[in-house]
Design a protein around this ligand. Structure first.
Ligand code: LMR
Length: 394
């Protein structure tokens, strides 16, 4: 069976994560995989999650099957978190999914059922797992310009021009906020222009929403998506709880459909549940049950919002401090864009060789496209880190 197979190419993010774990240097710095870290470099369980988990442990009386949609109350709470009251509930359908990746995957398969082999437009660059996830679902991908490495800004005119070549029925994948890997987000006016283009050309917006709360705050981060809901008659959203609830390994996410009509939403949703049933039958319950408990309890949700805000502010401060340290070390404004960008990631603009030198000589781990995880920056070692980076970059 497998004798003619070739080994699969390694996923760069996961490979770097494994390499970092095996490195025995005690002063190593992990700027690789996108997980939040506190000032001690730890990815801890959030307070509200820990409290809810203890309650669940005491309260849960059965582990029997839930169903392909997962927990309906979790789904309703996710719909509220993402949309507030901005979308008519009769056109919104939500299905729990195994993480944001699971949501991307089942939505990709749903689109493939509706329009086999449809083309999805991805930003250049995008999260490296988008392509395998979507092509694995049967879809094709094309890319549009997105990021200007020289300025750290979005190449918006070029993006719109490229999307001008998209055909009716194509899909446009947009990062809801905190673009991965660049940290460069669309402005609200740009969201409006993309939404109008999608309507005019008959394109389906597909939003990957993995960093809600990490950019400008919960409501502000959802502004683009909520505006889209006012303009586009139909679109889909893959939401993740991995980062903002810090439940990474529990695999908690949600796939959402906004249908043009309630009847279309029902039909598409029945197909989505059938996709889920055919792939994994039902999503894992544990993490979603905890997240639901947090979202339904006034005290826990307040505490979660406070801690999320602490995390967001810490990343913003690290951005500013690191940009300052790089300015000092390089005596230039070359890296100032880091302070302007949003969320967990920015790209330093280093070559793969320079990145390898940082890893080999200093134990500094950066993804090969020069993406750094802002939360992994050592708050008390920024000057030293900046000097090492500037030394290899010049
Ligand atoms: C990342 O981009 O580092 C995270 O989303 C983790 C992953 O699965 O790649």
């Amino acid at each position: 069976m497998f004798e003619t197979m070739k080994p699969a190419p390694a996923d760069k993010i996961l490979a770097l994560m494994a390499q970092f774990r095996e490195d025995s240097r005690t002063d190593k710095v992990d700027l690789g995989v996108g997980v939040y870290k506190d000032e001690n470099g730890d990815t801890t369980v959030m307070r509200a999650i820990r409290a809810a988990e203890a309650r669940l442990h005491d309260k849960q009386t059965t582990k029997t099957y839930v169903g392909p949609q997962g927990d309906k109350e979790f789904c309703a709470a996710m719909g509220d978190l993402v949309f507030g009251n901005t979308v008519p509930k009769d056109r919104l359908r939500v299905c729990q999914a195994p993480g944001g990746s699971g949501a991307l995957s089942i939505l990709g398969m749903l689109i493939n059922r509706a329009r086999p082999g449809a083309t999805v437009w991805l930003s250049d660059p995008t999260w490296p797992n988008h392509t395998p996830l979507l092509t694995g679902a049967g879809l094709k991908t094309k890319s549009h310009p997105y990021y200007d490495a020289a300025t750290g800004e979005v190449l918006f005119d070029e993006m719109i021009e490229a999307l001008g070549a998209a055909e009716k029925g194509d899909v446009v994948l947009l990062h809801g906020c905190c673009h991965n890997p660049t940290g460069a987000d669309l402005t609200i006016d740009q969201w409006k222009a993309v939404a109008e283009l999608c309507v005019e050309k008959g394109l389906l917006p597909f939003i990957d929403f993995a960093y809600l709360g990490f950019g400008d705050g919960l409501d502000k981060d959802a502004e683009g998506l909520r505006l889209l809901a006012k303009i586009a008659p139909e679109f889909v959203v893959a939401a993740s709880c991995s980062k903002n609830f810090a439940v990474y390994r529990e695999r908690v996410g949600a796939a959402m459909i906004i249908g043009a009509t309630a009847a279309e939403a029902d039909t598409a949703f029945s197909q989505l549940l059938s996709v889920a049933r055919s792939v994994y039958s039902m999503p894992p319950d544990h993490g979603a049950a905890i997240v639901k408990m947090v979202m339904q309890d006034p005290e826990l949700i307040d505490d979660w919002k406070n801690e999320l805000e602490e995390m967001r502010r810490r990343m913003m401060q690290l951005r500013q401090d690191f940009a300052d340290a790089l300015r000092k070390a390089s005596n230039s404004d070359r890296f100032d864009f880091i302070a302007r960008q949003k969320g967990m990631f920015s790209r330093l603009g280093l070559s793969p060789e320079q990145i390898e030198t940082l890893r080999a000589e200093h134990g500094i781990y950066i993804i090969g496209d020069s993406r750094i995880n802002i939360a992994g920056l050592p708050g008390d070692g920024l000057d030293d880190l900046a000097r090492k980076i500037v030394a290899v970059a010049s």
